[in-house]
Design a protein around this ligand. Structure first.
Ligand code: GLU
Length: 271
């Protein structure tokens, strides 16, 4: 009996130690180090793009992680992910960043590897084409369409346009260059990303027709099981919505006065 009680005590102690280790999640580490390490996709206009002269990366995603760092009272350190799509997940699971703000759609597959915050942006997958070439989805049948591997964009395309020949690029900007050179018929990804690219394109030549193939809710990614940090991030997002800061950031990048005006069809809620 004594042995059983003893074993039971050891198990309880071990569970306690595990809890302490669990409590020591990203939140504690960030506070201790005084740095929030955030990963962004730096070739994504309006979300995260480096200024050619200063090299400073700015955009909707950057503003969200900056707000979280500010509330934590720590410095923000940005890690740019250019190209490599898996970086968004790998950088988190390998502990190279604490948070990922990278136009990342919340999916069941990704949720097996990382945790997502409340939705902080919603868009839809559309197409960027030469003006007047596409009115309906069937206009894209059997066409060469450019997108990026390891994204929901490629999965959605395979489902909605099985006849299309999908051309994979390392990023949406190189895909756009191929569209410009008429090597492909369209670029397909989230409308908000396409709208950002359109701001850099020659005016009046390209357009995003009203043809949509999916809804894309974005979440901030954090390491799996780091519940204190996830809770903190979610509280910050809800507070940003309540205070109007989330709307102000949206308006800065996508509001009527911005270069890439879009409708804000969502609110940040605890769902
Ligand atoms: N939001 C989609 C995804 O997470 C496509 C855009 C992107 O590459 O970020 O895969």
């Amino acid at each position: 009996m004594k042995k059983i009680v003893c074993l039971f005590t050891i198990l309880l102690l071990a569970a306690g130690i595990c809890c302490v280790a669990q409590a020591e999640d990203s939140l504690q580490n960030i506070r201790k180090s005084g740095v929030l390490r955030a990963g962004v996709k730096d070739l994504t206009p309006s979300f995260a793009l480096a200024d050619i002269k200063t090299g400073e990366i700015s955009g909707y995603d950057v503003d969200f992680v900056r707000a979280i760092a500010r509330r934590l009272g720590v410095r923000l350190e940005i890690t740019p992910f250019s190209g490599e799509e898996n970086e968004r997940i790998d950088a988190l699971t390998e502990g190279r960043v604490d948070i990922v703000a990278a136009t990342m759609t919340k999916t069941k597959e990704r949720e097996k590897l990382i945790d997502f915050s409340h939705t902080y942006f919603v868009t839809a997958q559309k197409f960027l084409v030469h003006k007047g070439t596409v009115q309906r989805l069937s206009d894209l049948k059997n066409k060469k369409i450019g997108t990026v591997d390891q994204t929901t964009s490629v999965t959605n395309l395979r489902k909605s346009l099985p006849s299309a020949s999908i051309v994979l690029f390392t990023g949406y900007v190189p895909a756009f260059l191929a569209l410009q050179n008429r090597e492909i018929f369209a670029v397909s990804t989230d409308e908000a990303i396409l709208a950002g690219i359109l701001t850099k394109a020659e005016k009046g030549v390209f357009e995003i027709p009203k043809v949509s193939i999916s809804r894309e809710p974005y979440g901030l990614g954090v390491r799996k099981g780091h519940t204190s940090f996830l809770r903190y991030v979610n509280q910050t997002l809800l507070e940003m919505e309540r205070s109007g800061e989330a709307q102000r950031i949206f308006d800065k990048w996508f509001g009527p006065e911005s270069e890439a005006p879009l409708e804000r069809t969502f609110r940040i809620t605890a769902k």
